[in-house]
Design a protein around this ligand. Sequence first.
Ligand code: PHE
Ligand code: NA
Length: 493
Amino acid sequence: MGKREQWGSRAGFILAAIGSAVGLGNIWRFPYVAYANGGGAFLIPYFFALLTAGIPILILEFGIGHKFKGSAPLSFRRILKNSEWLGWWQVLISFVIMTYYVAIIAWSASYTWFALGLKWGEDTESFLFSEYLNISEGVWHTGGIQWHIFFVLLVVWAVIFFILYRGVKAGIERISKFLMPLLLIIMIIFTIRGVTLPGATEGLNVLLTPDFSKIFDGDTWIAAYGQIFFSLSIAFAIMITYSSYLPEKAEINNSAFITGLSNSGFEFLAALGVFGVLGFMATSSGVPVQDVAKAGVGLAFVVFPQIINQLPAMNELMGVLFFGALVIAGLTSAISILEVVVAAVMDKFSLSRKQAVVASTAVTFLLSLFYVTGGGLYYLDIVDHFINSFGIALAGLVEVILLGWFFKVSTIREHNNPLSDFAIGSWWDIMIRFVTPIVLGVMMVLNFKTEFTELYGGYTLNSLIVFGWGVAIAAIVLGVMMKLIPGYKREEF
Ligand code: PHE
Ligand code: NA
């Protein structure tokens, strides 16, 4: 039996964990979520969620990975034999996310190239939808593969494949040590430029002016918890997998704090930069900031190119910095997502890393082709919405309930404390057993309620059933089925 791979250094592990956490969520999700939920006042529920759920669950997952030394399904199996399926469910959620995450990286890579020479032209909206994505008439028309995106996607896949093939230390750790400092530098330059643009204060005021009335709105708290789960990559099996490669002597608690706080740092940096840039746009075009601030795809690929066109100087540079940051942030996250799948099948079927990487890449690659068709944006939108609402948060809820109530969760704390720079007290058990399950439980009830009262995004019920509910439910069903397949021959020795 081969020995489990290991990180080469503590810094390597932490940078890889931060690399996973810092992703598209920091750059295009956080700024908008913060603004839409009370601006400056959002920080109160945000930090509450970070301290009651985010960091406690990071500590939990780091501890589990280190103590049980397995991919998520194997670790859960070692904790409670019947909970292996939860690990597979989380692995499948990661797998689904991976199929579309790579498409967004490919778009970002294309746009980094388009930034040189501002190739997107004046009408950035029609450029994105009609020319670049070549969007089909509707969900039921794939419109065929868009080859100009396909080729970029192929390059993205080649990079990810190569890194995972090289393994934990020579692949993931090395690339994280190089890319994360680079990303920080890019973000700092971008943000400095953003906040010094004429009109930037206009945008910063909109972002930071606290609207305290939102604090008493339940939706704000849900948004804060949702952001923390997505942003920290918790309940995705990722942090369990990464910490399963820690050496025997490893620090846990402080590493969790460092990872959580660094991720927030990247979010604040991005928010300042993005809103500075939006303020410039609003002032120079006379439109209120509220009207240019949009979420997701529209912000990154329509509004930003438009603003970059209008910058007084260094337009191309700002474009390359922004889209380059998306590519780097996306790549390091994507690597972690696929590693979850790789580790899980390696453990279960006693495969070598190379076999597991080839198999996992091949399957995920094929499915990712859906998102480079003319219908890709629709599938992405629906799948992303459902997997966020009924994947991550629900899997997180099941995780804290299973570990908090069917397992003596304090054993993880007692495992971590002697290894760590500082000990955590029994407040942590309370967070895992009571606070987090209650908040996530309420969040789930409200999510279901919204989902049943309105059709998401104006799609038809049929398309939501197939691409939304279908995918979310398939992840659970397949998770349970994976548990039934025999495996772990290597572990029985
Ligand atoms: N945490 C990442 C972000 O903030 C998102 C992510 C999702 C990463 C799934 C890995 C897996 O964008
Ligand atoms: Na993040």
